[in-house]
Structures are given as structure tokens and as C-alpha cells.
Write a protein of this length. Structure first.
Length: 110
């Protein structure tokens, strides 16, 4: 038998046979490329999904705020006099207005 002079041959023989299969190597390179180096790689997809989740949360929050503003507007349209008295301390002629400040509101102002 001929002596094997290639130093890499002994190194290649230490690698398990399935890892030496060229189809396995091609698939491994393909998956590595798709996961790490492609334009739509895993990291990019993960960041985009995180951004979509945050935007959906923002959408839900602002939908609630819009509904609260609509309800406040409807309350204002129904009872304009009450709003003017409470917000701007307006009064009818001959009335006295007493402003009662709650304890927690007093602490907020200090």
C-alpha cells in the first residue's frame, strides 16, 4: 500500500462521516447564511417583530385614549354648564362659588 503523505488526510479522518458529507456541508452553509448573513436574517426579523409588538401596544393605548377623549367630549356637549362651572369657576349673578380642594390635590400642588 502506498504511504499517505497528506497531513490533512489524518485530520479529515478524525471528522465523523456525516460531517464530511458534501450535502450536509452545503445545507450547513446555507442555513448559516440564512440565519446570520442574509438581508432578512434572524436578528433583523427578531428586531422587526419586537417593533411590531411595541407599535401594537401603542395602538391599543391610543385607541383607549381616543375613546376616553370622545366620551369626555360627549359629556361636555351634554352638560356645558357643569363643565364651565367646574373648570372655569363661572357663576350666575348673585351666586357664591366655594372651591373645595381635596387633600391629595393639595399635595400635588405643593
Amino acid at each position: 500500500m502506498a504511504a499517505n503523505n497528506n497531513p490533512l488526510q489524518s485530520l479529515l479522518e478524525q471528522i465523523p462521516p456525516p460531517l464530511r458529507n458534501r450535502y450536509f456541508l452545503v445545507l450547513a452553509v446555507f442555513f448559516a447564511w440564512m440565519i446570520f448573513m442574509d438581508r432578512h436574517d434572524f436578528l433583523t426579523q427578531w428586531k422587526l417583530q419586537k417593533m411590531v409588538n411595541k407599535l401594537e401596544q401603542d395602538k391599543a393605548y391610543y385607541s383607549k385614549e381616543i375613546e376616553a377623549a370622545r366620551q369626555e367630549r360627549l359629556d361636555l356637549e351634554v352638560n356645558k354648564e357643569k363643565f364651565a362651572r367646574e373648570q372655569y369657576y363661572m357663576k350666575k349673578p348673585g351666586e357664591d362659588v366655594f372651591i373645595i380642594v381635596k387633600e391629595d390635590e393639595k399635595n400635588k400642588k405643593d
